[in-house]
Design a binder for this molecule. Structure first.
Ligand code: ATP
Ligand code: MG
Length: 615
């Protein structure tokens, strides 16, 4: 340690928002270069290499072959799959001196596909799985949590190529099993959840989430043990409600009722229910305006913006993340003043389904708005009628209070399926404790997690877009089935630090720690340092990795603190006891299993403890 390039910090870095970021910086593993961009110091690099070694071993175990692509890639392949646009602001784009477009790859499906297309041509060449451990670049909106959401980060990405769908399923299964072994070996807890595929495309996908409260993902588990990312949660189909005795829809005055609470109060004050029950928030169908930012596509030469209204029960909030997942690759945001200006039929605070979607289109064909009972209706041209989507919790036949498209008025007893229709159903609202699981297997409970890996069955998306075909048994050209499989290697390091630390510092699992034994020479006596050196040599001759604190002018207190901060799993203290009694003090990083052993037995003792830790 007297020559190691290391400075431990006494103070927490000001902007460290999670324990792993705080401790990895304080213990001298990483340094911040820019938001979400990190420099690896010697200790950090050792841990990273150890993690990569586990990943490589398990990839080799399933016959995946390692390659290495550039991070800097030309635009064209990403253009062919539309991802140059679909990734939106998340891509770092740049131009070379000849003004040609390049990007720093956020992921590498395109170039893997092209490489196989370049070299392989027959079913006899398949199956093959290739992978790399590579630096990825994403201009994340909000880099945070140290290594956990970086803008430059390290990913293991693997891609399987098979002649048919059965082959894909098998490759997917092997990769998934390898992930389980990798995360077990790395000491990261994980839950496998059903996921949506997002901009990757494809069908079946699962995520590996590390259950951590600092995570940005929320997942749901049912009593059956199955788990879903909330983005992938679907509401079980609702049963139709019999509306034969629901009275006709009517438009009633509800002054100053632009919020749910105000509307509930006005409805109860002015229009009490006949059955004596009070009106509540869940009687209200709230219509929320969003803007969908579509990338350019076959019909549009440029990215385009669409205003959409979502009908949701008044007692639930819209979950923008879940909702957005269903518009992928488009992104969504709350509509702004210009969006509303462009659609005068949207009367802020009083928006209702009658001015939207099927009603508006039907009305404009018929020359008037359906359900209109007054003269203040706004004319909507059929072509520009706003799309109206309804949340999956809204049952057909259910009756609602909803906006009348007129300031100060709402429609009562508006029945979905009788008085109005929607253009489709969406999963729009926040799910909550006790909601039924998608497969009806029981009520859901929720936890936060960090996505450490994801496996996808891509199917034919990339091979079709990029023309990766091979000749099948009959000599016919067929597209190749693909899967892709990512692990966030640097993010996993951050998660391991989250799982394995205490208030004093890091506490690495032995197989990925920067060293296995931390030998501390303490005091001023040369004999102690000589004895420590003898122990270090003996440990090294046994193939054990040692971090040796040989600093002469550093106090024992500082050395102990540093050892706790750095987090090597086994600690041996060579000091006054060694000089006076010939013993060496051995303990675990957490202070447990402390024992004083004769110096000549120390190496064997440590080796035995190491074997026990490695289990
Ligand atoms: P997230 O939803 O967290 O942004 P993602 O689903 O976009 O991640 P993938 O495209 O599935 O990420 O990438 C594969 C893996 O790379 C992820 O499972 C994750 O472990 C890792 N990863 C993704 N983005 C980052 C990032 N910004 N920093 C560190 N690791 C990341
Ligand atoms: Mg993912």
């Amino acid at each position: 340690m007297s020559t190691l390039f290391l400075r431990t910090l006494r103070e927490d870095p000001a902007d460290a928002d999670v324990d792993s970021a705080r401790l990895l910086q304080r213990a001298g593993y990483i340094r911040k270069a820019a938001p979400g961009i990190w420099t690896w110091l010697p200790l950090g690099l050792r841990v990273l290499n150890n993690i990569e070694a586990v990943v490589r071993a398990e990839m080799a175990g399933i016959g995946a072959q390692e390659v290495h692509f550039p991070a800097l890639l030309p635009r064209e392949p990403y253009e062919a799959t539309h991802r140059w646009e679909e990734y939106g602001d998340n891509i770092f784009r740049l131009k070379d001196r000849h003004q040609a477009d390049y990007l720093l790859a956020p992921t590498h499906e395109e170039v893997f596909t092209l490489l196989v297309k370049d070299l392989y041509s027959s079913y006899k060449d398949l199956p093959v799985t290739l992978y790399q451990i590579q630096t990825k670049y994403r201009d994340e909106f909000r880099p945070r949590a140290g290594l956990i959401r970086g803008r430059e980060f390290i990913m293991k990405d693997a891609y399987s190529f098979t002649i048919d769908e059965d082959g894909l399923r098998q490759a997917y299964g092997e990769e998934r099993a390898a992930y389980e072994r990798i995360f077990r070996r790395l000491g990261v807890r994980y839950v496998i959840v059903h996921a949506v595929s997002g901009p990757m495309g494809g069908s079946q996908s699962e995520e590996f989430l590390a259950p951590l409260a600092i995570g940005e993902d929320t997942f749901a588990q049912s009593e059956s043990g199955k788990a879903w990312n909330v983005e992938a949660l679907t509401t079980p189909e609702t049963e139709d409600v019999d509306f034969s005795s629901t009275s006709a829809m009517e438009t009633l005055d509800t002054p100053d009722s632009t919020t749910i609470e105000a509307l509930v109060a006005q409805a109860n004050a002015l229009h009490p229910r006949a059955d004596g029950r009070t009106w509540q928030a869940d009687d209200i169908l709230k219509n929320v305006v969003i803007a969908v930012k579509h990338p350019e596509d076959d019909q549009h030469d440029e990215p385009w913006r669409e205003v959409v209204v979502i009908g949701v029960p008044g007692d639930r909030q819209v979950d923008m993340k879940r909702l957005e997942a269903q518009f992928a690759p488009a992104e969504i945001e709350e509509a702004d003043a210009d969006d509303l200006k462009a659609h005068p039929e949207l009367v802020a605070g009083y928006i209702g389904p009658m001015a939207l979607g099927p009603q508006a289109r039907g009305a404009s064909e018929a020359g008037e708005l359906a359900g209109s009972d007054d003269e203040e209706d706004v004319d909507v041209d059929a072509g520009s009628a706003v799309r109206y989507l309804i949340d999956a919790h809204v049952a057909r036949g259910s009756a609602w209070i909803t906006g009348a498209d007129r300031v100060g008025y709402h429609r009562f007893n508006a029945v979905y399926g009788r008085d109005f229709e929607a253009d489709g159903t969406v999963e729009a609202v926040q799910v909550r404790q006790g909601d039924m699981s998608p497969d009806g297997s029981g009520p859901l409970s929720f936890q936060r997690g960090v996505e450490i890996g994801q496996v996808f069955q891509l199917g034919l998306k990339y091979s079709k877009a990029l023309g990766l075909n091979v000749l099948d048994h009959n000599g016919k050209a067929v597209p190749v089935w693909m899967g892709c499989y990512g692990i966030g290697v640097s993010r996993v390091l951050g998660c391991i630090a989250e799982f394995h630390h205490d208030d004093k510092g890091l506490a690495w699992p032995v197989n990925i720690a920067p060293a296995q034994v931390h030998v501390l020479a303490t005091g001023k006596k040369a004999e102690a340092f000589d004895a420590a050196e003898t122990l270090v040599k003996e440990l090294e001759s046994r193939g054990i990795e040692v971090l040796y604190d040989d600093r002469r002018k550093v106090s024992p207190g500082v050395k102990f603190k540093d050892a706790e901060l750095i987090g090597v799993p086994l600690v041996a203290v060579v000091g006054r006891d060694t000089v006076e009694n010939g013993t060496i003090d051995i303990r675990l990083r957490n202070g447990e299993q402390e024992e004083s052993v004769p110096a000549e037995q120390a190496a064997q003792n440590l080796q035995d403890r190491l074997s026990a830790l490695l289990g």
